[in-house]
Design a protein around this ligand. Structure first.
Ligand code: MF3
Ligand code: CO
Length: 248
C-alpha cells in the first residue's frame, strides 16, 4: 500500500530533507585526497545530530554507520572505512535523516580532486538521469514512466542501470511502497498520486550492469570492476508537479 502524505506531513519530510541537503553540502566540502570515509561519516553524524535529526541508516537492519560511502567500483552500501581517498576517485555519499517522525534520503557522487573525462561524463549522465526521472514524478503518471525514462537516458548514453536495487517510497519508514526501479516500461506499475513521496535513485555502471555483494553483506561492487555512480533525491508528487524535498 502506498501511504499518501498530507501537506503537513510533506512539510516534515521537507524539514528532514533540508538537514540532509545541508549536511551533504557541508560534508562534501571536506572531500579531498587523504580524507577517509570514516572521517566523513563521523562529520555527517555530528552535523545531523546538531540539527536535531537522527541518521536514518544507523542500525537499519543492522547497518553499522550513519552514511553509505561508495568509492569508484563500489556501487552502493559501502561501509565507511579508513582507506584515504585518492585524487581521481569518485565518491558516493548517501544518507538519510529522521526528524519529527519523518525520513528524507539523498545521495550524490562527488569527484576527489581532478577526475578523468570518463568519470566526469558518468557523473553528469547519472545526475541528468535522476533529473529526468524526477520530471516524470507527476500525479497520474506511473512508476514505470520514471523507471523507463531513467533507463532510456542511461542506456542511450552507453551505460548500464543496476537492477538489483531500486528506489522506494519514504515517510515514517525509510523504505515504503512503491519500489521505484531504474528500469521498466512506460505506463506500467503503481500510479503516482498527489501526496506520494518517493526516493528516485539511479545507480549507473560505466560498464556492465552486473553487481556482486561482498562478504560484509552490504558492500555492492561492479562485477567488471568499472566505475559506478549514484544520485538520489526525495521527491513529493504535488498538485504543481514534482517537488524535490532534499534541498536546502
Ligand atoms: N540509499 C539507500 C536506500 O535508500 C541506502 C539505505 S540502506 C541502509 O536504500 F541500510 F544503509 F540504510
Ligand atoms: Co534511498
Amino acid at each position: 500500500m502506498i501511504i499518501l502524505k498530507k501537506e503537513s506531513e510533506i512539510a516534515k519530510i521537507r524539514e528532514s530533507g533540508k538537514i540532509v541537503a545541508w549536511t551533504l553540502r557541508m560534508v562534501s566540502e571536506e572531500i579531498k585526497p587523504g580524507v577517509t570515509p570514516r572521517q566523513l561519516d563521523e562529520l555527517a553524524e555530528k552535523l545531523i545530530r546538531e540539527k536535531g535529526g537522527r541518521p536514518s541508516f544507523l542500525g537499519y537492519r543492522g547497518y553499522p554507520a550513519s552514511t553509505c560511502i561508495s568509492v569508484n567500483n563500489v556501487v552502493i552500501h559501502g561501509i565507511p572505512d579508513d582507506k584515504p581517498l585518492q585524487e581521481g576517485d569518485v565518491i558516493d555519499l548517501d544518507f538519510g535523516v529522521l526528524k519529527d517522525g519523518f525520513h528524507a534520503d539523498s545521495a550524490w557522487t562527488f569527484p576527489v580532486g581532478k577526475i578523468s573525462k570518463n568519470a566526469e561524463r558518468l557523473l553528469n549522465i547519472t545526475q541528468e538521469a535522476l533529473m529526468q526521472g524526477i520530471n516524470r514524478a507527476k500525479a497520474g503518471n506511473k512508476v514505470g514512466d520514471i523507471a523507463s525514462t531513467v533507463q532510456k537516458y542511461v542506456e542511450g548514453n552507453g551505460y548500464s542501470v543496476v537492477t538489483e536495487l531500486v528506489g522506494h517510497g519514504i515517510g515514517r519508514s525509510l523504505h515504503e511502497e512503491p519500489s521505484v526501479p531504474n528500469f521498466g516500461r512506460p505506463g506500467t506499475g503503481p500510479m503516482l498520486r498527489e501526496g506520494t513521496t518517493i526516493c528516485i535513485e539511479p545507480m549507473v555502471n560505466e560498464g556492465k550492469a552486473g553487481v556482486v555483494t561482498l562478504e560484509d553483506g552490504w558492500t555492492m561492487v561492479t562485477e567488471d570492476g568499472k566505475l559506478s555512480a549514484h544520485f538520489e533525491h526525495t521527491v513529493a508528487v504535488t498538485r504543481d508537479g514534482p517537488e524535490i524535498l532534499t534541498v536546502e
